[in-house]
Design a binder for this molecule. Structure first.
Ligand SMILES: *[C@@H]1O[C@H](CO)[C@@H](O)[C@H](O)[C@H]1NC(C)=O
Ligand SMILES: *[C@@H]1O[C@H](CO)[C@@H](O)[C@H](O)[C@H]1NC(C)=O
Ligand SMILES: *[C@@H]1O[C@H](CO)[C@@H](O)[C@H](O)[C@H]1NC(C)=O
Length: 214
């Protein structure tokens, strides 16, 4: 009886002990949950920062990279060609010059009016007028301009005579366009593109035998 009493007396004590043990277990679980939550937040914030940095790098290295558009003459067919003799060298020709403005930027290139000069031995023999316009983003603007070239402006000292006897007429085309590239509707940069093409025209076939642009 005395033993039982003792047991009854001890029971609340041991219960009290168990309760405080459970409480400390609970607070430990709370700590663990808080720690996990903090960890999740930290990982989330780091991931967000990395995402922002990658996005900014992509923006700066890809989108914001302003490149000068390529300005050149593409391959073309001669419509008419008449040549003089070696004693009285001359040429007259006409063709449709395929002028190309290749814009590789992530935004349109708006350019002003310009001219492409065709020269023989440094002397202008014809011209193509380029009206102002724009080349859309990541695309090539095609401008087909009818051109007539004449040797009438050449000095008698030119080596056209000897070139004609070899069956080739070497021409150059030079030009410059200046314009503005706009990226994301607000970032603008002015760019200038040069054209410098050399073309060899075969007088027998009356065709462009070679064409290269710098
Ligand atoms: C012009 O073209 C013809 C036919 O292709 C060729 O036989 C000739 O060699 C060319 N002339 C020159 C100067 O290359
Ligand atoms: C083309 O010729 C015109 C004169 O006819 C000159 O004003 C212009 O600067 C020339 N352009 C180039 C790129 O040489
Ligand atoms: C154009 O290129 C030729 C060589 O193909 C070079 O001799 C000439 O100086 C260049 N002209 C310009 C204006 O860059």
């Amino acid at each position: 009886m005395a033993e039982k009493n003792q047991n009854q007396y001890q029971l609340p004590k041991s219960n009290a002990y168990r309760r405080s043990d459970q409480e400390s277990l609970h607070t430990m679980e709370d700590e663990e949950a808080k720690r996990k939550k903090r960890m999740k937040w930290t990982i989330g914030i780091i991931a967000f920062v990395i995402f922002q940095v990658v996005q900014a790098l992509f923006f700066v290295l890809v989108i914001m990279k302003f490149k000068s558009p390529k300005f050149r003459v593409a391959e073309f067919d001669i419509q008419s060609l008449t040549i003089g003799t070696q004693a009285s060298p001359s040429f007259d020709m006409s063709f449709v010059a395929p002028i190309r403005i290749k814009n590789t930027n992530w935004g349109p290139f708006k350019y002003g009016a310009s001219t492409v000069n065709f020269t023989y031995g440094g002397v202008q023999v014809g011209q193509a007028i380029i009206p102002k316009n724009k080349a859309n983003f990541k695309s090539t603007k095609k401008i087909d301009v009818p051109v007539t070239l004449s040797s009438s402006a050449l000095p008698s000292s030119s080596n056209l005579g000897s070139e004609l006897s070899s069956g080739i007429i070497t021409l150059n085309s030079q030009g410059e366009i200046k314009g503005k590239i706009t990226v994301m509707f607000m970032f603008k940069k002015t760019k200038t593109s040069q054209m410098n093409c050399t073309m060899a025209i075969n007088t027998t076939t009356k065709a462009v035998q070679s064409l290269s642009c710098k």
